[in-house]
Write a protein that binds this ligand. Structure first.
Ligand code: ADP
Length: 480
């Protein structure tokens, strides 16, 4: 084991901050300069098992609190998140790379989930169902599913956590969180706030460590009743399969390959602004990033001119700098994946308008890139880019573009720009996607159901729908 210059940050199990049993730790780096910014305890199966036991031990007490009592603790977590917004955002930018302003936006959104679910638990109404025999009565109500394991990715290290934990806790579940290895510091900061807010011990636990080991414990330990995962489709499928043995409840928020369609009657300025926001937010590393920009052929030149003009205003750099609008990508393998797509497109006759290569230096930067004349045989058409590379495809008719937009196994987010009422209905009804932004590049909010069709996932996060993922309905039949 190598010595670390940083004090080792700990996991949070049963209300205690703990090192890993093996003493192992993980170094966390800043993707803007590849410098080590901290060290965290690195555990595995044993720590996960202890955390699950702690969650089980605290479950009945937590479940038996009223929704109002649970809600008031969530309310306190919300207040603390807002109070500590700057510090949370700084940690987030340091380990994840996104510009500070975006990081603050993420904290606000993350806090929104907590505030929403502080209230939503109170609205989990049951029903009285009309009986078919006059001497009977039928009642239903919701109960929490039990111990929940949450696995989150590095691209939104705080908001992906609260989007799962807030509804779970509000419903009366207890939780074990495993954050991504690249971004554990944000999760640690959040759990410090949980502790300060007075969340009872064992109700929320944080384990950091080997993903396969911890995932295995989540799958095989019968105490875990529910797995909520956000990440790659590949890992999501593994968890789905692995959940079958104990028929665990599963929510999966997986990859996307979002089409962004610009029709010839669109407000071009608005469409260009939208595409830049959707593509370059978080350096293109979101599962709802515009990935395939389809522009109607008769406006493609105007669109591209405007795009290039507006694009020049963007500034890549360290997220801590005030004027940065695009930060680094997460690591070296992200750079390699992006580069492969760009080279493939160029080899197949796409036009490189701007950017196109990694930036020399210690950090993980890829030049913001625009390619035109992109076609359906290119890698970019088939897989998520997850980087600051914007490709422009063209199309002729509405029927054609719907077909091409739907020609993927993914079905998370999609976008289209039009002023036409007829298109509004026809296109939104034709797109096989869980989320559609009409003239709106940023549809995700706490109260709306976020989630995908097809291989983009199962279940929804946010609003009324999100809390349903953490409850079972029980029905009582009474004979009078
Ligand atoms: P990405 O490619 O974006 O990192 P992953 O799906 O690999 O997406 O990671 C998302 C989350 O899933 C992370 O917290 C990661 O540690 C976790 N993870 C990766 N592999 C497994 C696995 N086999 N079992 C459980 N969790 C895993």
């Amino acid at each position: 084991m190598v010595e670390t210059q940083h004090s080792v940050e700990k996991m949070y199990i049963d209300g205690e901050w703990e090192a890993s049993l093996s003493g192992e730790f993980l170094e966390v780096v800043n993707p803007a300069n590849n410098e080590t910014i901290g060290s965290v305890a690195y555990g595995g199966r044993k720590e996960a098992s202890r955390a699950i036991q702690a969650a089980e031990n605290s479950f009945m007490n937590w479940k038996n609190l009223t929704a109002k009592e649970r809600g008031s603790i969530l309310e306190e977590i919300y207040n603390l998140m807002i109070q500590e917004r700057k510090e949370l955002a700084y940690t987030l930018t340091l380990e994840q790379g996104k510009p500070l302003k975006e990081a603050e936006g993420e904290i606000n959104q993350a806090a929104d989930f907590v505030k929403w679910y502080a209230e939503e638990g109170k609205r989990l109404y049951g029903n009285v169902i009309p009986q078919s025999d006059s001497d009977k009565r039928i009642l239903t109500w919701y109960e929490p599913v039990g111990v929940t394991a949450a696995i989150t990715p590095w691209n939104f290290p705080i908001s992906m956590v609260t989007r799962k934990l807030a509804p779970a806790l509000s419903a009366g579940c207890t939780v074990v969180l495993k954050p991504a290895e690249a971004t554990p510091l944000s999760a640690i900061k959040l759990f410090e706030l949980f502790e300060r807010a007075g969340l009872p011990k064992g109700v929320a636990n944080l384990v950091i460590g080997d993903p396969i080991d911890i995932g295995e414990e989540f799958l095989t330990n019968k105490t875990v009743k529910k797995i909520s995962f956000t990440g790659s489709t590949e890992v999501g499928k593994k968890l789905y399969r692995g959940s079958a043995d104990h028929v665990k409840r599963v929510s999966l928020e997986l990859g996307g390959h979002a089409p962004f369609i610009v029709f010839d009657d669109a407000d071009l300025e608005q469409a260009v602004e939208g595409v830049l926001q959707s593509k370059f937010r978080n350096a293109g590393q979101t599962c709802v990033s515009a990935n395939r920009i389809y522009v109607q052929k008769n406006i493609v030149n105007d669109f591209t001119d405007l795009l290039i003009q507006r694009f020049q205003e963007m500034k890549m750099g360290n997220g801590l700098n005030e004027d940065t609008t695009i930060g680094p990508v997460i690591n070296k393998s992200a750079i390699e994946k992006i580069q492969k797509q760009v080279e493939d497109a160029q080899n197949k006759n796409a036009n490189l308008m701007l950017g196109g290569k990694p930036v020399d230096g210690e950090g993980f930067f890829f030049e913001p890139t625009i390619l035109t004349n992109v076609t359906d045989d290119m890698l970019m058409s088939k897989e998520e880019t997850f980087g600051p590379v914007l490709g422009v495809w063209t199309f002729d008719t509405d029927e054609e573009v719907i077909k091409r937009a739907n020609n993927t196994d993914y079905g998370l987010a999609s976008y289209f720009y039009t002023q036409s009422l007829k298109r509004t209905y026809q296109i939104s009804e034709g797109l096989e996607y869980g989320i559609i932004g009409l003239n709106d590049p940023n549809p995700a909010v706490a109260q709306a159901p976020f989630g995908g069709f097809k291989e983009s996932g199962i279940g929804r996060e946010g609003g009324f729908y999100g809390i349903q993922e953490f409850v079972d309905v029980k029905y009582l039949s009474i004979k009078l």
